[in-house]
Design a protein around this ligand. Structure first.
Ligand code: GLC
Length: 491
């Protein structure tokens, strides 16, 4: 029977407010919070990385060992993230490290074992804590073994019998590929024959294990749900996603408008609303402050911002070949981010070549990200692929027009001026090429220089868009209910 209020365990490898490396952390914080506001009993489970402030001082609610071999000892500490109860799984040998996943761009050698243990412990702790959720919601490869173990290990266990699993796919390029030998800590893998997870005779992927065994699968945008069913869009797992297409849905992530609201943002130099005078005055003040901070001349030229990891996913390879040509125009640009060394080197060289026009800040800087969103006229996201993307949504909230490649969540959120001027909220292109990006950037510049009143209309329309979490959370609730009502295909 489906009751009105659900009990949900949300399992993730990171959560904003405790520890964060990317967009997954934003979702792991905001979605449980929104579900909680809708009256659900949602609890979050993450590893107790020693970098989480105060984690080792939090109360211990369970001190135990895995019931199954290899009987690893662990503790569960209880923290809170807003209203949400957080279970942090503490095991020094796995999580007492300077970083979450990698040091100096080198992934920890035992990441397979670390997250296999974490996935096993998330389930092991439940009867011991006497918490019986109806749904366990795992995220990406790190917790891909949760649905698998629920199905295999706990198949005949009455405590787990009615629990259903949901897996969210935030980025299928990361699959968690490990050899059976690296996963000795999962006895189910000792046979070295696990077809639902295998990618070769010797290796499995944790993402595949999750996709093949979860009761429901969520892609973080509707377009990404479609893309995942292709080999290209899923980075080689098209067949698996096609096989599960009856249980695959796309739900667009929400935006945390408490943090990203130009009217109340305490990090930016001036606050503003979508009312025209406020918008124009506020953006001008934010732009001037940004120029000063970056040491760029205070001119009224169009300012292009970009904040991202320097990787192929983000489309830096389309920007680099045309950047010098674009910078010949009366524009300014700021790029903030860290990542691939080759890309950083090229950006540095270009910044030296155009000292009055381009700044490259090689850093991960949350405050500067807010300044760039507020002080830019346009925000670049020419991603090769983008499961959802959040910065384009933040940009729109700040009246900063996104220039995006029309893929994944970018396609679902930004309406292109070229295709649909009356409803446009930004600029989009499709062909993955530097030329198409250049053409799109130039058309945005043309509009900026020749029809500023149009730009202001677009800005106001962008600011009126509402991608709130509460509506995303309602979709998740429906999905949870359909998972509960569904007779699981596996038992
Ligand atoms: C990943 C994806 C990004 C998405 C985020 C949250 O970081 O690359 O597109 O917005 O997860 O789901």
């Amino acid at each position: 029977m489906v009751t009105d209020n659900l009990a949900v365990l949300f399992v993730a490898s990171e959560a904003d407010g405790l520890i964060k490396s990317g967009g997954l952390a934003d979702v792991a914080r905001a979605l449980p919070e929104s579900l909680k506001q809708l009256g659900q009993d949602v609890r979050l489970c993450i590893p107790a990385y020693s970098r989480i402030e105060g984690v080792h001082e939090a109360p211990v609610v369970l001190d135990t060992e895995l019931t199954f071999w290899p009987h690893t000892q662990y503790r569960v500490r209880q923290l809170a993230l807003g209203e949400v109860c957080v279970y942090a799984i503490e095991c020094e040998r796995y999580f007492d490290r300077p970083e979450m996943y990698a040091e100096h761009n080198q992934a920890y050698m035992d990441n397979g074992e670390r997250f296999a243990f974490f996935s096993a412990a998330c389930l092991d702790m439940l009867p011991k804590l006497n918490f019986k959720p109806q749904i366990i919601h795992s995220n990406d490869w790190h917790t891909g073994l949760v649905p698998y173990l629920l199905r295999q290990r706990y198949r005949d266990n009455s405590f787990f019998h009615r629990i259903r699993s949901v897996l969210s796919v935030h980025n299928a390029v990361f699959k968690g590929v490990f050899s059976y030998d690296e996963l000795r800590c999962i006895p189910e893998f000792h046979t070295k024959h696990v077809p639902e997870a295998a990618v070769s005779a010797s290796h499995i992927t944790m993402l595949k294990a999750g996709v093949m065994t979860a009761d429901k699968i969520v892609a973080v945008s509707p377009t990404y749900a479609q893309e995942l069913k292709t080999e290209l869009g899923s980075h080689g797992m098209g067949r698996e996603f096609q096989q599960r297409s009856g249980d695959l849905v796309g739900i667009l992530n929400g935006c945390d408008y408490q943090t990203w609201n130009p009217a109340t943002d305490t990090l930016i130099p001036a606050n503003y609303t979508q009312e025209l005078d406020s918008l124009l005055g506020g953006k001008q003040a934010c732009k001037a402050a940004l120029q000063q901070r970056l040491g760029l001349p205070e001119v009224s030229n169009a300012m292009y911002g970009m904040v991202c990891r320097l990787t192929h996913q983000k489309g830096i390879q389309y920007l680099l070949p045309i950047l010098a040509q674009f910078l010949e125009h009366n524009v300014q640009m700021v790029v903030v981010g860290t990542g691939e060394i080759g890309m950083a080197t090229k950006l540095k060289a270009l910044a030296e070549q155009f000292p009055d026009k381009l700044r490259f800040i090689e850093a991960y800087d949350n405050e500067l990200a807010h300044w760039v969103e507020a002080g830019s006229d346009f925000f670049l996201m020419p991603s090769e692929f983008e499961p959802c993307g959040l910065n384009q949504i933040y940009s729109m909230a700040y009246g900063t027009l996104p220039i995006v490649r029309s893929v994944g969540g970018l396609k679902d959120t930004v309406i292109d001026y070229g295709q649909n001027a009356p409803e446009a909220t930004g600029f989009a292109f499709y062909d993955p090429s530097p030329e198409q990006l250049l053409i799109t950037m130039l058309s945005s510049l043309l509009l900026f220089e020749q029809q500023p009143e149009k730009i202001n209309q677009l800005r106001q329309r962008a600011m009126q868009q509402d991608f709130c979490w509460s509506s995303a959370a309602k979709h998740y609730l429906e999905l949870y209910r359909s998972a509960i009502e569904k007779e699981t295909i596996y038992r």
